[in-house]
Each structure stands twice: as structure tokens, then as C-alpha cells.
Design a protein around this ligand. Structure first.
Ligand code: UT7
Length: 327
């Protein structure tokens, strides 16, 4: 059986740190509230020299180096992002050019915080069926550009960053992407949205009266959805594969809120040492969150060849999904 196997992983975050203490000076919030309700201590935000594309390119270069793969070998670049530099061209095409990946197709996947999950799920069948041999999947977002830094209910949550993996087709292996589950519920679109700047409300027509030009999130609704969605996606993918939660070696969930992660881990009855958490350092980096976590887990020696890894994400759309991977 041919599988899509991860050969290298890397990540990139901006240098600029935005701590809870910094935010205390900007809005009516405090370190204790933020840590208690979200687990976040600091996040990274883009400076003038960073962009969605630049973070994606650096993460990709690190993943390619880790995999010992040249840019020319890559046949498909998939970028999970909702914050590309432009509505078009796509972030993936800009990345393709920067990398010199002259043999690659390129497309973006708009699945917000589940962007990496959806991107891996999109490209894995191309590798499994022999259409391509090598793919680069990147998850990246720079939500700091859409956040209202006078709105305490959202500005404490988000940060910027990118993560990338190199996937290769491998025959006769039990490693790689085992199975995926992708789900959506557009009736919840109103709960996390960026209304301004798309074709419904193009910037050249000016901001319609009463419209929010920033990211909007109904925190409590999204929290309820997230807690259910994480468990739902994990249980479905386990059921499809005949594996059990007790088989999982490392759980790498979307890093939005420590309480959401803990509640999913509890539902799956996972011990603390099987759960990867770095939300304290980066906040919610949306599409970047899961591949950044994979990259750090790998660097910390928490991912060994053959480990069963559950990745799961949820976000604006609403969308959610999980990839079960043998490392
Ligand atoms: O990846 C995209 C998915 N997004 C998420 O996963 C986010 C999901 N939602 C959440 O993580 C949580 O709902 C939040 C962290 C956003 C909020 O936590 P919460 O425990 O649901 O708090 P809340 O919204 O119920 O607010 C509780 C109180 C309110 O005050 P009152 O009305 O009780 O007086 C808020 O005004 O906390 C207040 N509050 C704050 N206080 C200090 C809201 N934000 C802040 C803040 N600092 N930054």
C-alpha cells in the first residue's frame, strides 16, 4: 500500500513577542485572566519585514532541509491559509516562486484553523495514487492583521506563524497518513468571520455603515462548538480505522485555548504526557498552529518513527477535521 509519509517538518514565527503584560497596556485585561481562561502567556506578531508569504517560505525551507529534499523535487504545494498577502494570486504560488519549486503545482486551502488538516487530506490521495511523489504542505496565518487591538475579547487570543511538512509517497509501509475526517457546518459562519474586504464588501467601496472591519468571534459559541468538534473528529477517524484512543502516542490538537485542549484530551482519556501543548507561547496561530506544534514536538524528541499521531483542528466556516498519522 502506498502512503503519504512525513519526511521533514519545520516552522517559522515572527521575532516580535506580544506578551500578556504588553496587552495589559493596550486593553482592560490582565495576565491572570488570560492565563486562566486561555493558557496563553505570549504570542508572536508580524513586524514590517514579515508577511504570510515570508513566514510560509521560511517554514517550508526548514521542512525541506529537514527532509533532505530540494525545491525542484516538490510536485505540489498546498497552503492552508485565510490570510494570504492578497485575495489573489494565492499564497502557494508566491511560495512556489520564492522556493524555486519549478516542477510544482500550487493551491491554497481556505479552512481557517483547520487549514493544515484539510491541506494534508487534500494532497495525501495524490501521493497514495501515484499522481505525485513529493508534496509540501504549509499551514500559515497572520491574523494580527485582522485583529482589533482595542477589543479585549479577541486581541489576547491570536498570534502569527507558519509550519510546514514534506510528504513523500512510500510503498509497502504502515507509516504516513492513515485516514482523515473532514466536516463542516456553514450555518455557524456567523460565529467567526471577517466580513470586510471580500467581494461582498470590496475595500474600494468603503466600509459600509455599522460593519466591523476586524475579525469577529462569538467566543462562547465557538468554545461550545470546539469542545464537541475535537472529540467528534477524533472519535470518527478512530472508528474508521479500528484504532483506539489508547493507541495514540501523541495528540497534537489545534492550539486555540488550553481549556479546549484539556477537555478533548479528557474525552479521549489521554494522559498528560500524550498531549502536545504550546499555546502558552504562540496563542492561536490558526492554520499555523498544528504544523508548528508538530515541528516543535519533533525538535523536542516527542515524535519517534512509528508513533501514532492524532492531529485535529476546528475553525471558521465552521469546519473541523482530524488526520491520523503514523510518524
Ligand atoms: O481557532 C478559532 C477558534 N476560536 C476559539 O477556539 C476560541 C473559543 N472561545 C474561547 O476560547 C473563550 O470563549 C474565550 C477565551 C474567548 C473567552 O473565555 P470565556 O470563559 O468564554 O469568557 P467570556 O467570553 O464568557 O467572558 C467572561 C468575562 C466577561 O465579563 P462579564 O460579562 O462576565 O463581566 C468578559 O467581558 O470575561 C470578560 N473578558 C475579559 N476580561 C479580561 C473577555 N475578554 C477579557 C479579557 N480580559 N481579555
Amino acid at each position: 500500500m502506498t502512503r503519504a509519509v512525513i519526511h521533514g517538518v519545520g516552522h517559522a514565527v515572527p521575532d516580535k513577542v506580544l506578551s500578556n503584560a504588553d496587552l495589559e497596556k493596550m486593553v482592560d485585561t490582565n495576565d491572570e485572566w488570560i492565563k486562566q481562561r486561555t493558557g496563553i502567556a505570549e504570542r508572536r506578531v508580524c513586524g514590517p519585514d514579515d508577511s504570510c508569504t515570508s513566514l510560509a517560505v521560511t517554514a517550508a525551507q526548514r521542512a525541506l532541509a529537514a527532509a533532505g529534499t530540494s525545491a525542484e523535487e516538490v510536485e505540489m504545494i498546498v497552503v492552508g491559509t485565510v490570510t494570504g498577502d492578497f485575495p489573489f494570486p494565492s499564497c502557494s504560488c508566491l511560495v512556489q516562486d520564492h522556493l524555486g519549486a519549478t516542477n510544482a503545482g500550487a493551491f491554497d486551502v481556505g479552512a481557517a484553523c483547520a487549514g493544515f488538516i484539510y491541506s494534508v487530506a487534500s494532497v495525501a490521495p495524490m501521493l497514495e495514487t501515484g499522481k505525485i511523489r513529493t508534496a509540501l504542505v504549509i499551514g500559515v496565518d497572520v491574523l494580527s492583521k485582522y485583529v482589533d487591538y482595542s477589543d479585549r475579547s479577541t486581541c489576547v487570543l491570536f498570534g502569527d506563524g507558519a509550519g510546514a511538512v514534506v510528504l513523500k509517497a512510500e510503498e509497502a509501509t504502515d507509516r504516513g497518513v492513515i485516514d482523515t475526517v473532514l466536516l463542516s457546518d456553514g450555518s455557524g459562519a456567523k460565529h467567526i468571520k471577517m466580513e470586510y474586504g471580500g467581494t461582498a464588501n470590496p475595500p474600494h467601496q468603503g466600509l459600509p455603515e455599522g460593519m466591523n472591519p476586524f475579525l469577529f468571534m462569538a467566543g462562547a459559541e465557538v468554545y461550545r462548538f470546539a469542545v464537541g468538534a475535537m472529540g467528534d473528529a477524533c472519535e470518527r477517524v478512530l472508528e474508521r480505522t479500528g484504532l483506539r484512543a489508547s493507541d495514540i502516542d501523541l495528540f497534537v490538537p489545534h492550539q486555540a485555548n488550553l481549556r479546549i485542549i484539556e477537555s478533548a484530551a479528557k474525552r479521549l482519556d489521554l494522559a498528560d504526557d500524550k498531549v502536545f501543548i504550546n499555546v502558552q507561547n504562540y496563542g492561536n496561530t490558526s492554520g499555523g498552529s498544528i504544523p508548528i506544534a508538530l515541528s516543535e514536538a519533533s525538535a523536542q524528541g516527542r515524535l519517534k518513527k512509528g508513533d501514532l499521531v492524532m492531529t485535529v483542528g476546528f475553525g471558521a466556516g465552521l469546519v473541523w477535521g482530524a488526520n491520523l498519522i503514523r510518524w
